[in-house]
Design a protein around this ligand. Structure first.
Ligand SMILES: *Cc1c(COP(=O)(O)O)cnc(C)c1O
Length: 420
């Protein structure tokens, strides 16, 4: 595996390693498990969000405060995001929402997407992104991904641009950073906006810069299974200070002067409605949960990264033998959301899924190609050979914020026994 110098964690103070015991595989330093280890007969789910004592205490205390709507905790969570992402020097700001889908939709509204406009997007992503764009009335245009990271291929984006193109939707697949600099350059050449769907990349550092701290518009997800969760939630990050006011209005029914009062757990009874708005703010209880998750996120990320390295080491010979393809990364600076292997052929993948299932090991497929969905059947597209290959190969294995070595060994053994 090559060392990727574009992924450099050394400049990010938030991503220090927390060392713990070494797993049976000899690779993964495990921090103290904050929830009980799975038993040897327990199913191993693909996701296992951490909802332990600190999180429950945060929820209880937010409930006890009795202010349920958008409030002081919502603002505190935004400030916490800005600090974690190192937004200070850039002047970029975070606006919380009740999901990443809504954050993406607000991004589309913010840049004025509407009927007749085109957004170039990978087909290979979660349909939330496509739905958020098409909800504005704009059309989604599918461009292919590159084979190495399965992120949007800048060359294919160039080929898809027409006079109707208004934006590029870029996705950081599984937490690896997409080629954002190239996409930003294309965008500036053609007067386009770039909406980065960083639902998978909360905490990833790309060439010394945390994802979200640079670029145009960045959206994060704090959904049930994401790297941190507010149960449901998201955030949108923008550079222009004027965007913050617009987003506050878009987020809350087009009301112009409401956020400041609510951030003090108060209500403002005098206001104007200045635009078509939506209702997708983050309430106080989810925000409180998000703050508790943020306090643990360094630990989650360090663990997830070490588990990915352990998986890679355990599967290296299978990759060498041509059974699997692993991602070309050393994981430095990456905050992995999911761990994905590529199985060489689709039939074997289906058999491997069944083999794992019989052993109680969950797996998933991220993603199906959206160009295959009926709703997007008529969407304009370039050739999608890498997308078609990737959708037939990818397989997501269990990755949790805390995994004991026996659980990692069970997953490894499940995969290895299939190929031996
Ligand atoms: C999870 C996810 C979303 C949607 O996030 P929600 O917060 O559930 O709306 C969008 N894009 C990608 C790539 C995702 O994985």
């Amino acid at each position: 595996m090559s060392t990727d110098t574009s992924l450099d964690s050394s400049l990010d103070p938030t991503l220090g390693a927390s060392q713990g015991e070494v797993s049976a595989l000899g690779v993964a330093p495990l921090t103290e498990l904050r929830y009980p280890a799975l038993g040897p007969a327990d199913p191993v789910p693909v996701y296992r969000p951490y909802l332990g004592a600190e999180v429950q205490e945060a929820a209880r205390s937010a409930l006890e405060a009795g202010w349920l709507g958008m409030g002081k905790l919502s603002q505190d969570f935004e400030l916490g995001l800005e600090s974690f992402l190192g937004l200070g020097p850039s002047g970029r700001r975070a606006v919380s929402t009740n999901s990443c889908t809504e954050a993406l939709h607000l991004a589309g509204q913010l840049i004025g997407l509407g009927p007749g406009d085109e957004v170039i997007a990978p087909s290979f992503t979660y349909v939330a992104g496509h739905q958020a764009m098409s909800r504005t009335g704009a059309s989604v245009v599918f461009a292919d991904i590159e084979d190495r990271r399965l992120c949007l291929d800048p060359q294919r984006v160039r080929e898809a641009i027409t006079e109707n193109t208004k934006a590029i939707l870029a996705v950081d697949y599984l937490g690896l950073p997409c080629q954002l600099d190239e996409l930003l350059e294309i965008a500036s050449e053609h007067g386009l906006r770039v909406i980065e769907d960083a639902a998978h990349a909360f905490g990833t550092v790309s060439a010394g810069r945390p994802v979200g701290s640079f670029g145009d518009i960045t959206c994060f997800s704090f959904g049930p299974v994401k790297t941190i969760t507010t149960l449901e939630g998201g955030a949108i990050i923008t550079s222009d200070p004027a965007d913050v006011q617009t987003l506050h209005e878009l987020r809350h029914l087009g009301i112009d002067a409401d956020t400041d009062a609510r951030y003090k757990n108060q209500r403002n009874w005098e206001f104007d409605v200045v635009r078509q708005g939506f209702r997708c703010h983050l309430g106080s209880v989810p925000a409180g949960i998000g703050l508790a998750q943020l306090a643990l996120v360094d630990e989650f990320i360090t663990n997830r990264r070490e588990y990915c390295k352990a998986y890679d080491a355990a599967f290296a010979d299978l990759a060498e033998a041509g059974h699997l393809q692993l991602f070309d990364t050393d994981w430095e600076g990456v905050a992995p959301y999911i761990y994905v292997i590529r199985v060489r052929d689709a039939v074997r993948r289906a058999d491997l899924i069944a083999h794992l299932k019989a052993k109680g090991i969950g797996s998933g497929i991220h993603f199906l190609g959206a160009h295959e969905f009926s709703f997007y059947a008529d969407s304009r597209r370039g050739p999608l050979p890498v997308t078609d290959l990737a959708t037939s190969q990818v397989l997501t294995l269990p990755l949790h914020p805390y995994m004991d070595s026996a659980t990692i060994d069970r997953v490894v053994d499940g995969v290895r026994t299939f190929f031996q």
